[in-house]
Design a protein around this ligand. Structure first.
Ligand code: NDP
Length: 332
């Protein structure tokens, strides 16, 4: 089995290093299920992939407790364990996995330039962007206090743990509507905490929310804090905050789900690839190709719809196959 090497070891050992510039065939940026799967496939296709893990090695799943919906784990597995397994599998085939953050890119030439930690320059024939997305939080202290103990930003991942209980979902967009409807099928009751007196969600989703009997929309409510002895047992809300009718409301809940949007981690490549208005990287439908030849995107940084570990892994596989085909055409 290959040993995980750090950046310093690689500088001296890697035959592709020339001065401060290192040349690689395939550079993978980001290390969630998409990045690791891309690494497994790229390594097995002899692309000698080099991966930089980013700020949160393993990605969003390392903040989840139990993963029960990834095929192949009948008893479930914790997020961090699953990411370790994926990393070990990628290293088994020779993927070179390193600490470091891609801070700047230049995709204007035929060779793609990527700077790591603002210092080291990599010149890559192909780049796979798998930097994921970050769920937005409200910014209140209690979100951190109860992280993993009743606070979640993924209903599909964690909803099952609240079977038959009461939960709250914060947000009024399509994600909040979708998560509230999903949870309503599992839990006893869903409070949908909406800060305005209308939903931003599409009309069809609004109708579904309003038709679902066990969803109660709390219009013009905002979250002040959470309560509970070690785990979430309730929330304190402001109704009509900042108006003469302002009042404090408490609800009894076991789960508190954030659904106020995600931010795709694409800022560092936006100058060169197309993104939508939220920041999701646009890819050619049915592929992982961006508008730059040899640059591919996979996982949550390009997926505003499914955002699941298994779909991210699938798109990571696509990106590695696309990179391999691009290189074999280029060198044929
Ligand atoms: P949106 O930005 O559309 O909605 C965010 C929601 O969270 C808004 O209702 C917003 O309130 C609320 N919000 C934001 N910040 C706060 C805060 N601090 N406190 C309380 N509430 C807050 O994000 P979504 O993730 O819902 O959707 C992102 C994009 O993805 C959209 O284009 C959506 O249509 C799309 N999408 C599509 C799906 C599908 O087609 N199946 C599924 C999910 C998403 P306010 O309205 O007051 O600003």
């Amino acid at each position: 089995m290959f040993k995980a090497m750090n950046l310093e070891e690689n500088k001296s050992n890697n035959p592709g290093t020339a001065g401060d510039i290192e040349k690689v065939k395939c550079l993978i940026i980001g290390s969630g299920p998409a990045g690791y799967t891309a690494a497994i496939y790229a390594a097995r296709a002899n692309l000698s992939p080099v991966m930089y893990e980013g700020l949160q090695p393993g990605g969003q799943l390392t903040t989840t407790t139990e993963v029960e919906n990834f095929p192949g784990y009948p008893q479930g597995i914790t997020g961090p364990e699953m990411m370790e397994d994926l990393k070990t599998q990628a290293q088994r085939f020779g993927s070179d996995i390193r600490w470091g953050l891609a801070t700047k890119v230049d995709f204007s030439g035929s060779v793609h330039k990527v700077w790591i930690d603002e210092k080291k320059l990599i010149e890559a024939e192909t780049v796979i962007i798998a930097t994921g997305a970050t769920a937005k939080y409200l910014g209140i202290d209690d979100e951190k206090k109860y992280a993993g103990s009743g606070v979640s930003a993924c209903a599909t991942c964690d909803g099952f743990f609240y079977r038959g209980k009461d939960v709250a979902v914060v947000g009024g967009g399509d994600t909040a509507a979708e998560e509230a409807i999903y949870l309503a099928g599992i839990v006893n009751k869903v409070y949908l905490i909406v800060r305005r007196n209308e939903l931003r969600a599409s009309k069809v989703m609004q109708e579904r929310v309003l038709k679902t009997k066990n969803i109660e929309v709390l219009w013009e409510h905002q979250t002040k804090g959470l309560t509970g002895d070690g785990v979430v047992e309730g929330a304190i809300l402001w109704k009509k905050k900042g108006t003469p009718e302002e009042e404090e409301v408490t609800i009894k809940i076991d789960g508190f789900f954030l659904a106020i949007g995600h931010k795709p981690n694409s800022d560092f490549v936006k100058e060169f690839v197309d993104t939508d208005e939220v920041g999701y990287i646009k890819t050619v439908p049915g592929s992982s190709k961006t508008k730059v030849s040899g640059v591919f995107a996979c996982g949550d940084v390009q997926d505003s719809i499914y955002r699941q570990a298994v779909t991210a892994a699938g798109s990571g596989c696509m990106a590695a196959i696309d990179a391999e085909r691009y290189l074999s055409e280029k060198h044929s």
